[in-house]
Design a protein around this ligand. Sequence first.
Ligand SMILES: [Zn+2]
Length: 432
Amino acid sequence: MPDFQYVEDKEFQLSERVESLRIEGARLYDGTGAPAVADSIVIVQGELIEWAGPADDAPLAGPDDLVLDAAGMSIMPGFIDSHVHLCAEHQRPARFDPMFIDHSELALRVLGNTQQALEAGVTTVIDCGGREYVTMTVRDAINAGIVQGARVLTTGPGITITGGHFNWFAIEADSDTELRKAARTLVKQRADHIKLFGTGGGLTMTSNPARAQYSVEEFQIVIDEAERGGITVTTHVHGTPGIRNAIAAGIHRLEHCQFFNEDGGISFDEDIVRQIVDKRIPVSLGMARRWRTDSSIEEHLTPRQLKQRAIRDERMDVLRRFRTMGVQLIASTDAGMTSTPFNDLPNLMRFLVDSIGMGIPEVIHSVTGRAAAAVRQGDRLGAIQPGKAADLRLVHGDPEVDTSALSAVAQVIRAGVVAGGPTAANGRRGAS
Ligand SMILES: [Zn+2]
């Protein structure tokens, strides 16, 4: 537990802020899913976006504006990775190392992981389960401007059953009273959301991915307590019974959602998917590299994960059907798990464009406007619009011409501060 608490919510930064920054000539993807604006101007004032739109409609530059010539680049909101585990060590089986180092070393690793995300233009990470309250400590230090990193929203530890999935990064809760106590404890520790493990998972051999860990009533206890505290609940769910219980209880988001059955296969349930669509429940994919890349990572996987990997074509079919039926998909990486680093989100997005045919404005929307709305941060994050936080990502080229542009980071700005330095490298002062 942290031995101090910041009560100040307002974010401010150590480094010099660019008071008025004018980014000219980039192709604008605004994070709403709208088609790109070919020639845009984006004006940043302090930590907020002041104006954004077609260059022809823009107000004139002032004499003190710092002007960044972004011709040949694309600009988009800073990405939000909705499913990461900052306490995990992605290069090893995740459950070992982080449990046996002291809190201060773990906090530094967590900070390093947020910086790896930030360098890739992932300006916000949503942590879905870590060791005790270490992620809160790092979140607060970043918000207070003591250190630089991606903005962190976190559950702290998740909630699971005794011996259940992710129990080393969760509060174990089995009864109604224990669930209520666990949820209230997380609210007290100022969790930004709560992660409930609704089924078992591939990493935890004492858990069962096909079966529900909690009943409808048990889900409801946690959701009620979260809503009392003004936060949302997301749930890790693989098997259909867990998905069904979560939806019936009024869950806010679903993670993974693969319809695993007891035989280790997939039983797609169209009726449940219709409920997900009707209730507008976002599905965050939490799609670690083991679901998409070559065989070099297989030595790091558990036997059960290897079995799951064997059915990844079926999982891709599930995603295609989700998309066709109108599910609100959110690309998210499960970074920290099995060989998935914290800068991997652009790679996953390119994979989804290539494999299930998501469009570029659509896949950007899934990690910006939609991801922000899913954690009730849509009023301040996730779109390039006046009044929103100036979390911006400039890349070389146009991702609609070549998807590799999604990864070609030229500049990252978080809350109006150019990440890694106070001023834009090729900026100039004065009206154009
Ligand atoms: Zn996860």
